[in-house]
Write a protein of this length. Structure first.
Lengths: 268, 373
């Protein structure tokens, strides 16, 4: 009897929590089809004109493109740095291993605003020729890379736990040289973790507002930053709503594909 | 280096330390071609380390490994012609059975049709024929073990190494697979080394047992020899289930006096009870008599009886009885004496004697078997 009551309570609470988390997204997506220019819920009519406007809007498309370029560069760099680091941390016992791990994972813990403040000052000191990297493409990408690296390391480390060292020994005992072993045995096993961290890193960079606002400058305005400043100045623009809904739907689809194919929620 | 044609593997002076911890201490070992050798010993004795050195996964601090005339000490595992079966099987999770077994053949650039043929043969040998397409995740423990075995066998290695292959199987399966592995080894004529801590496995599977403790080889002999002529106290107690019983005693002049209870026996009479290989004459001092549970004579008096004991617990195994018996405060285990039906009552008093020619004698200080010179 008590167990049944427990189950009911758990189910109700879970549903409420899910509703609370998903409600803004649901409202967002539904509103993107709303006829009216002003925000109202429930919507009064159905229209696709805002989606049309989105596909015609040069500014938003430019912002999306910049975000995509920054996110993919930062994700790639994050993988390039994070994967070897994860291997080193997992495979080698050395003094300071845990300490290094904490340092590499620290960007996750720091309040982003404070870190971004420090980053501005640091960036203004780093110069190429007569220009500092503050406000440059390189600058944003580097800043995002630092945020992404901890995710990469954490996820690749997790997937490395699935790689039993005996697997690699077994391959070698059967005649596989180290490179062959890495390609045929190790990579297929860690690939889901690598993919997850790549996508996660991309998302983190794509949706970042704080760091990008501080470091971006005027030439490279990423999508979330643009949207944030527009909403502050112009108010809730249906175009912004629509674009956001679009991005959210895109993310949801990617997440579902990933979960269905390689069950990547294991690595988070 | 001239090697007898029969010797397949030679280990000379192998030592391995981790910092101050000496895991292997000057190991010398020879193995004949096609021989099934068992590395036996308790945890920490160094047997797995030795196996890994043979596999090329570890390098020894000193010494050399020679396989079929070739010095392989420094060679990485992929340059040795070995097959390795891991305790946890180490099957490649991203491949199915066929791909796992075929892996070694692919690394040796064997043509595809040959690979197909040989993998099928290997799967048949381990009784997994027809299951090639099955993914690893769907296999039971016993099946995984067979795949691991097939994978190592199919490449026809010069040396087959098995690291505790049965320890993850349940008891029934273990008994079954023990026989299968031994049969396959004989059939293929592979030079094989198996590591285990289970003395039953060692006794039933091996041509020769190498018993190790603390990084040192205690005795290297056939199962029969190691059972009937254990070279020291440790070997005698490790091999044999239930464990051998030891009696502390002291020799003075012509009398051997038991230390733990009132009983003494003349040396003349004792000699008739000892194994034939034991020295005829030995000095006064402290000794240990070793008597295996099955080598007692239990009766209700009579000429063979030496002393009396009280049975306080009977283990009934169906075909065997183990009688846990007290002589004063000393406890021994007696196995399957004639007519145990009376002994089910606690504290049943019995008279105990030793079977002639079956008693072991160890020096009380060195713990070594008192051998004839």
């Amino acid at each position: 009897m008590i167990e049944k009551m427990n189950r009911v309570v758990v189910i109700i609470v879970s549903c409420l929590i899910m509703l609370f988390v998903l409600a803004p997204i649901i409202v967002l997506v539904i509103s993107s089809f709303n006829l009216s220019r002003y925000f109202e819920f429930p919507p009064t009519g159905f229209t696709l004109e805002w989606y049309q406007a989105f596909f015609n809007s040069k500014e938003y498309q430019k912002a999306l493109l910049i975000s995509a370029r920054v996110a993919s560069s930062a994700a790639a760099l994050g993988l390039l740095a994070g994967i070897p680091a994860a291997f080193a941390l997992d495979r080698y016992k050395f003094r300071g291993n845990s300490f290094l791990q904490s340092i590499f994972l620290s960007p996750l813990l720091l309040p982003q605003i404070i870190w971004a403040l420090g980053l501005i000052q640091f960036f203004s000191l780093v110069r190429f020729g007569d220009r500092s990297i503050l406000g440059s493409f390189v600058g944003i990408v580097l800043a995002h890379t630092v945020i992404i690296i901890p995710y990469v390391i954490r996820m690749v480390l997790t997937s490395l736990h699935y790689v039993d060292p005996d697997l690699e020994y077994a391959a070698m005992s059967l005649g596989a040289k180290p490179v062959r072993t890495f390609l045929e045995i190790t990579i297929p096993i860690i690939l889901p973790g690598v993919l997850v961290s790549a996508v996660f890193g991309f998302m983190v960079s794509f949706t970042d507002v704080v760091v990008s606002s501080f470091v971006a400058g005027t030439r490279y305005i990423t999508f979330p930053v643009r949207m944030y400043s527009e909403i502050r100045t112009e108010g809730l623009d249906p175009l912004a709503v629509t674009v956001s809904a679009f991005v959210v739907i895109f993310i949801v689809i990617i997440a579902m594909i990933g979960e269905r194919t390689i069950r990547w929620s294991r690595f988070i | 280096m001239s090697i007898s044609p029969d010797i397949a593997l030679t280990l000379k002076n192998i030592s391995k330390s981790y910092g101050d911890l000496k895991v292997l201490n000057q190991i010398d070992l020879e193995q004949n071609d096609k021989e099934f050798l068992i590395l036996l010993g308790p945890s920490g004795c160094g047997k797995t380390t030795l196996l890994r050195i043979l596999a090329g996964l570890l390098t020894p601090n000193t010494g050399s490994v020679n396989l079929n005339g070739k010095e392989i000490t420094e060679l990485p595992p992929y340059r040795r012609d070995i097959g390795l079966v891991f305790q946890n099987y180490a099957l490649f999770p991203n491949m199915n059975i066929f791909q796992n077994v075929a892996f070694g053949l692919r690394m040796r650039s064997i043509p595809k049709d040959q690979i197909q043929k040989r993998v099928d043969e290997a799967l048949q040998l381990v009784r997994l024929d027809g299951l090639g397409a099955r993914p690893i995740k769907q296999l039971s423990g016993g099946q995984q073990q067979r795949v691991a075995l097939a994978r190592a066998l199919v490449i026809n290695p010069s040396l087959l190494l098995l690291d505790e292959p049965l320890s993850n199987l349940d008891a029934k399966l273990r008994a079954q697979v023990r026989v299968e592995i031994a049969q396959i080894q004989k059939r293929l004529g592979l030079t094989t080394i198996l590591v285990t801590h289970d003395q039953t496995e060692a006794m039933t599977m091996g041509d020769r047992i190498v018993l190790m403790q603390d990084g040192v080889i205690q005795q290297s002999a056939s199962p029969t020899e190691i059972y009937e002529q254990p070279i020291n106290h440790f070997v005698a107690s490790f091999i044999g289930s239930p464990q051998i019983n030891f009696f502390n005693c002291t020799k003075t002049g012509g009398i051997m006096q038991f230390d733990d209870f009132e009983c003494s026996i003349s040396i003349d009479k004792l000699r008739g009870l000892l194994f034939k290989d034991i020295a005829y004459d030995f000095p006064d001092g402290k000794y240990e008599l070793g008597v295996r549970p099955e080598d007692f004579i239990v009766g209700n008096g009579g000429g063979t009886s030496l002393f009396n004991g009280k049975v306080f617990f009977v283990e009934n195994l169906g075909a065997d009885y183990y009688l846990h018996t007290n002589i004063n405060s000393k406890t021994i285990i007696i196995r399957n004496p004639q007519d145990c039906s009376d002994y089910n009552s606690n504290d049943c008093e019995i008279s105990i004697g030793f079977h002639p020619g079956k008693v072991h004698l160890f020096d009380g200080n060195t713990q070594l078997r008192v051998r004839a010179r």
